[in-house]
Every structure is written in structure tokens, then in C-alpha cells.
Write a protein that binds this ligand. Sequence first.
Ligand code: SF4
Length: 583
Amino acid sequence: MPDRRTSLLIADEEDINQRLTEERARLRREAGLAGPRHFQRPRERAFSAEERDNVTILFGGLTWKHEELIKAVFLGNGYKCEMVPVPNVAAFQLGKEYGNNGQCNPTYFTVGNLVQYLQGLEAKGIPRQQILDNYVFFTAGSCGPCRFGMYEAEYRFALQNAGFDGFRVLLFQQNDGIKAASGEPGLKFTVDFGIGMLNALNLGDVMNDLIYQIRPYEVNKGESDRVFPEAMDGLCDTLRNRHVGDLMDRLPPWAGRLLMKKRAVKSWTCALAKVKEHLYGKEYLDSIDACREKLNSIEVDRLRVKPIVKITGEFWAQITEGDGNFHMFEFLEREGAQVLVEPIATWVAYMLHQVQLNGADRKAIDAPYRNPKWFEFGKRFKNEAKYRSKWAGLAAGETMWTYFYHRIADRLGGITHHLVPQAELARLANPFYHQLTRGGEGHLEVGKNVYYTINHLCHMVLALKPFGCMPSSQSDGVQSAVINRYKDMVFLPIETSGEGEVNAHSRVQMALGEAKAKAKLEFEAALKSTGKRLEDIKGYVADHPELRRPFYHVPHRPGIAGTAAQFILHVSDRMDGKVKAAA
Ligand code: SF4
């Protein structure tokens, strides 16, 4: 029992503490700090299913090929939708005006682009309230760690500053799939929508790759730019208009009745039947074949010696075809190069692979039983089984994703590059950049640089990295060590921003000079090895029209990057009767 003196002391201390608490609370109240104020994502008006007929979904940020196909899927699924145009410098300036300071370049371009589009609608006479009610923006989101995690907040902030407070932004979360900011059912992730988008992304990637492989060699200038949109129209029509019916409507009544008894079996069977129809349906495959035939009508001359420039860099900067990367692809083609673009599919495969790698690192943390003893075999087995099943699911996902991409690439002519295995990119990057260092493209810039150089798949690697990009600045530092290791590498990083186009083009021109010399030497060595005169090879090509078609298959020889060098070696073999004419 405490004595009287101690209890008085405790009473005094309690009194002091109480007075301190009261005084602290008074000061916090006065300073307006009463109660913790945690950040809350602003609640938005829901985009409801009833609004679907009136609300237009806006989206953008990819190439016109991807966007046309994505639009077709939206329309085919009953949504109204419009593409915001490719961002220009004026959009960049608006992004700076209405956005936060110190953002990366793509943030300014894309955020400003949306503001610019909405201002354009207003200028056409659509009242502001009508814009808020009848339009929503659909974009990708992420939890970071780079500024990509802040995009959603940046859109809201800039829209608010520009007077469009309350404009709705729907998020396609990098990690969680489609999840509108406020969970509304207006945009529903159905099988038709999901598989339609998968087809749109894959077709968009392959068509994008194809145009950069064919246009530099077209015989009739402007033919590719005329034929490609026509071919795209056919694909878009199919994605938009084809009806993928419900399995239940096609089944005989007895089978339907049988399935109805088991609801879970019925919904899985119907979903799988739809997936199959979307991926393997005759109408879909016929439209791909028709597209291929159309593109194959473009006459090409593969004897033009051109350096191949592999594009890497930050996700947006390496995709956009406008001011955001100084119209770099157009510039490179004008300067006589062949551009090797990067498909979006690589980034999706990267995301899947990262989850797999993280899972391996978190194995002990995510295990249902922490630190089981050596003799607790049941617990140890369950821990292992949980990890293995997750790993197998992710590995299967990556394999299937790669398979579906390659399937489209092969059906659309088979001349586009296959996806580089993620494990290989991680392995090559590892001595310089750890694969679990996340943010932006992570280790991919380094891995691709090494992969395309050591496998002789290009003459130069051009990394497009936006001004203010956190992960790109890191990998830029690392690339100097990479260049030191691979002495014959021609690598140029270009920082893209809203200004400085002339300076960037001039730097590219200088590096391109080196790449051109490399391509020329390679071609001359290849020609010499054939023992033939160039005129004789040209004459043979002139007599064989199939050699002037873009989808004529020229087998790839390891160690040679140039299209012209590969081509003369093959033609020479044909002239010598070493190989039969390819189809
Ligand atoms: S990767 Fe770089 S440019 Fe892209 S969002 Fe992140 S910080 Fe910005």
C-alpha cells in the first residue's frame, strides 16, 4: 500500500499531466490542429450504369494504333468514348500552369492535355456543368514508387485549378485491375471488355511495330501511311461490331438445363466459351488475315542500308508520337533510320514478373505460419504450398500473356520481334541494376540496352527519358558503367522536355552517324561474303516480286543487325540454290 507522501506526489504528477494535456489541447485548438487530419481520397460522384448512354469516356496517352483499337472495344461494349489527341507543347504549358511544381515531364503533358481538351469542349459551347456531368476520364494508376503514383491526385489538382472541380477520373490500377476511384459500376469489367482490351493492346503493339518496319523500305512514298489506316479500320470494325454470343443460346435445351443446375459451373463454362470465341473466333482471325494481306500489298526495297535504332526509356516517352518526345520516331525515319519500338506488352510482362520476384522475397513474411519448428511438417508444407501455388499462377499468367502476344505477331506476318523473356532481361541487368529496385521501368532500360547490343539486334540504343524522371535518372547513372563494359555499344540517353527539340535532334544526329557507319560496314562485309555484285542481287530481286513484299520471310542470322545485310545473304543463298523460296 503506498504511504500518504507517495500518494500525494502521484496526485501532483497526475495533476501536472492533466494540466499539460489540457493546455496542449487548447493550443492545438487555437492553431486549428485539433484531431489528426489524415489524407482521404476525395469521394467522387459515382459513374453509374444508368449514365452509360449519356456519359462519354475520354482516354489517351498511347499511339493512334492502340487508341483506335481501344476505342473500338469501348464502343463495342456499349460505351460512348472519345480519344484525347496526342499532347503538344501547349498542353505541357497548361500542365505546368495548373499542376504542382516539380513534376516529371509526362505528368505535365498528360494532365495539361486533359485540361486542354476540356477547355476545347467549353470553347465549342458545351456548358461547364454539362462537361462535368457528361464526361469522365479513364487512365492508368499506380501506388508508385515514382510519380506515377501521384497521377490521379495531379489530375484532380489541375482540374480543380482549371475550374473543372468535380470532373471524374476513373482508374485502371496497375496492381488491382479496373477500379473506378469511387467503385462505380458504370464501367464494368466483363469478359467481353477484358478480352477485347487484351486483343486491342496486342494488335496495337504489333501494328505499331509493323509500320516502323515497313515504312522505311516502302518503294512508293506515302503508301504505308495510306494503307495502314485502311487496315486498321478493318480490325477496328471487327472489334467493335462482332457479336460474341452467350454459350447458353447455342446449347441444346437439355445441356442448358443441365448447366443451370450448377450455377458456378455454368458461369465458368460460359466465360471460357466467350474467351475462346474472342481469341479464336473465325470472324476475328479472318479480319487479322485480311489486314495482313492488305499490308503485304505494300512494295518494299530491303536493299536500303539503314541503321536500326532500338528505342527504350520511360514508358510514356518511348511510346508517344508527338511533342512529348520531340517527334523522335519521325525524325529518325527522316534521317534514314529504321526504328525498333517497344511494345506495351513488355511492360505488362514486366509487372507480372515483378510480382513473382517480390513473392519469392516475401515468402517467409506472407506464409500462413510464421517460423514453424523443424518438426512441424504440416505447417511447413502449407507454407510451401501457398507460395508455390501463387508462384505457379503468376508464371502461368506471364506464359499465357507472352503466348497470346506471339500468336498475334505471327499471324500478322511474323516479322515483328517476340517479347524478350523477363528473366533474361533481369539477368543481364543484374550486375548493374537490381531487378527489385522498383519505379518506372526499373531495370528494363539497362537489361534491354545490353540484350539488344550483345545479340546484335540493333546498331544503336536510344533511351528517351523525361525531364525530372526519378527512375530514369538512376538508370542513366548506371548506364555509364554498362557502356564501359560493352565497348562497341552505341547508346544515347535523351532527356525529353517541353523545350530543346533542336538540341535533342542534333545529339541524336551525331550518334546516328556512328550507327550509320556501323550499318554500312556490316552491309559491305555481308556483300563481300556472298562473292556477288550488288547489281546481280538487285536484278534477282527485280525478277522475283515475292522478295519485294514486306511479309516475305527472311530468316534471321545471328550476329547481323541490319535488314539489308540479312536480306542480301538470304537472296545470295537463294541464287545459289542453297535455300528454297520462302512463302
Ligand atoms: S517513370 Fe519517371 S516520368 Fe514516368 S511517371 Fe515515373 S517519375 Fe514520371
